[in-house]
Design a protein around this ligand. Sequence first.
Ligand code: E4P
Length: 219
Amino acid sequence: MKFFIDTANLDQIKEAQDLGVLDGVTTNPSLMAKEGITGDENVINHYKAICDIVDDNVSAEVIATDYEGIVKEGEALAALNPKIVVKVPMIKEGLKAIKYFSSKGIRTNCTLIFSPAQALLAAKAGATYVSPFLGRLDDISTDGLTLIEDIRLIFDNYGYETQILAASIRGPLHIVSCAKIGADVITAPLSAITGLLKHPLTDSGLATFLADHAKAAGK
Ligand code: E4P
């Protein structure tokens, strides 16, 4: 399973990269705004800075919502760096643009997926990734994990190569559940990724080992 970090914060991206388990980054307009990145030039420079940190898979989201606009913006983003994956919303014009990008060999991440039907359409159009938003479904008392399971079943039924990128992850348990279901990728905040490290028995066990070592050494 691939691990992406879901942020536009360069320090957090570096920290995750240094952990040695990072495969990519997802951003969105809200995450860019949170970091105070505004204006076309700043946004472009920020994507370049992210590409300088990670090895591959930097999702850069288009703002346009019409076919021509999405294609123009997506081509410009893809030309920035081969690591860029063009992130396109699951709307009719977006679907058409994904088909176009796929025919040109430009990788895409179809975002804002909330149903198996939307994932099926994106896969048929040739999306590289589909991003089902797990946490946002959980937030409205709908089981987000069932959506991941349904998409897994459909993609396996037909051998679609589109990868399931479980998004809107809230914590480490979401990541483990996605791994059990067979999501190809998770994108999560740094806290959810580092949360995977934690277990109280690890901490108490290590404290005992170090104390016993010190006692035996007569310290
Ligand atoms: C996916 O690519 C999105 O950036 C993200 O996972 C949205 O998550 P949120 O629900 O935490 O905003």
